[in-house]
Design a protein around this ligand. Sequence first.
Ligand SMILES: [Zn+2]
Length: 390
Amino acid sequence: MRIYRTFLALVAACFYYSGFVPLARWTRRRGRQGQHVVILNYHRAAIGDLSAHLHYLRHHYRVLSLDHALEDLYAPPSRDGANSAPAAPPSQGRDRRTPLVITFDDGYYDNYAHAARLAAELRVPITLFLVPGYMESHQRFWWYEAEAMVRDAREKEVTVEKHTYSLAQPADQIALQQWIDARVRTASAVSARESFIASTRAALDAPSDPTSDDPDTLPFGWDEAYELLANPFVTFGAHTMHHPILACLSDPAEVRDEVVACRVALEQGLGRQINAFAYPVGKGEDIDERAVRAVGEAGYRWAVTTIPGYNTPATEPHLLRRISTDPDEPIPVLAAQAVGIWHVFALSRLRNLTGMSRRATTSGMARPGESDATDRLDADRVPGDKGRPL
Ligand SMILES: [Zn+2]
């Protein structure tokens, strides 16, 4: 794994130091693609060097809030073909850099404690996509449950679905963790997910109290969100009420409830209009037609996916592309990601072909097979990226 990461870092460094990244950025800005917006997707903030990322991005891009960037992008063109969005104030001059938006999903505590503070310090706007159910419960996110349950199990052996796992054996620990994660991830209802978690915890005799977890991995609550209202560089978006993968839900009414209730909860709780939605996990296979329809009917102006790419005025506003990154990516990798060449060169495919995923190794979790949901969006499915934060 270390060799693979070193290899990727070397490839990125070649792009970066050969001048290819600035050339690609210039070409894209001047090319036939015309106006476009890059939206980056982070999750955790306190891993790696977020400060270095923000310094790089604000130097090379015009970092805007999500609403500002998308209002400009979708502003109707004037008669001379130019975009009719308001010009930059004279004091800013004419800024020809590519617009870029920075988003964080899930509302991790370190988004409050670290990302928001840096955003204010560096005067860089960020959008946090929040999950009110977790803000209220303060429980660990479901994608940490499998690892935590197996780690904290007091039972030495457990039998599930006619298979016995010996928790003293590392191979059994990993297999059990993967089995639990697959069941949690593809739950057909939030209630089914929660009852499965409760019964599995009981079977393993694993405590549910997350106080021994790294606090930065837990969700921040309403008190922290109220405090962030005073930060002019932070805006909020909705990320469902309980973070189910919408395409896995069997009941269309629950899809609608998850999409609508989180907007209502955030608007009532924070007294702010919520314009943007982020699909949980957000790859093509995680989103179906019911979800896109529900988002439109709920009145969101924009919805973001994790389908990689940049956005043009032709991009469907409820299926906006984002580029996934993390603060522990070296700057040359971030540079290649933001300019789009990381995806173009399909290194994620290479990662998949080699059967290696650094997230899978660090978390011990791998994405399970397809669930039984139908009508999923299949545009731009990208293999790889398995086991990334959600
Ligand atoms: Zn998420």
